[in-house]
Design a protein. Structure first.
Length: 135
């Protein structure tokens, strides 16, 4: 793992949260917004220095974000790490005893291949692995 790629925050109202984080970071708005149809979520990305924050809103009641908010409320959802080779990192973590939530990388937001590590195997923290999709 090379660096923290972003911190994900689960929100119920993306537009309201965009306004809140725009004021917090003193910017006009997110630098990027997109829907991840496969996960039924909409995302907004903000930068603060070299750091990225991803706001994530579920688009229906039957997705990971909506279920998370129902159980725990809005707030910190995951920490994402940039990796050079996601398949190699997935194999390494599996060998170390971590539980992966998907057996193959998925296409995620922000032009990334992603895989999640179950929070039960990471002290209660949902970990996301991210690898830039080559152009």
């Amino acid at each position: 793992m090379r660096k923290i790629e972003h911190i994900g925050i689960a929100v119920t109202d993306l537009e309201k949260s965009n306004a809140l984080f725009s004021a917090l970071f003193n910017v006009d708005g997110p630098y990027k917004q997109e829907e991840v149809e496969s996960e039924f979520v909409k995302t907004s990305f903000f930068r603060s220095g070299n750091n990225k924050i991803e706001l994530v809103q579920g688009l229906n009641d039957d997705n990971a974000i909506s279920k998370f908010i129902t159980k725990r409320g809005e707030g910190l959802h995951h920490i994402a790490f940039d990796v050079a080779d996601i398949k190699k990192e997935m194999a390494r973590l599996k060998d170390e005893g971590f539980i992966l939530l998907n057996e193959e990388p998925k296409i995620g937001a922000d032009n990334k291949l992603v895989c999640f590590v179950h929070p039960k195997s990471a002290n209660g923290v949902l970990i996301e692995l991210c690898q830039e999709i080559p152009a």
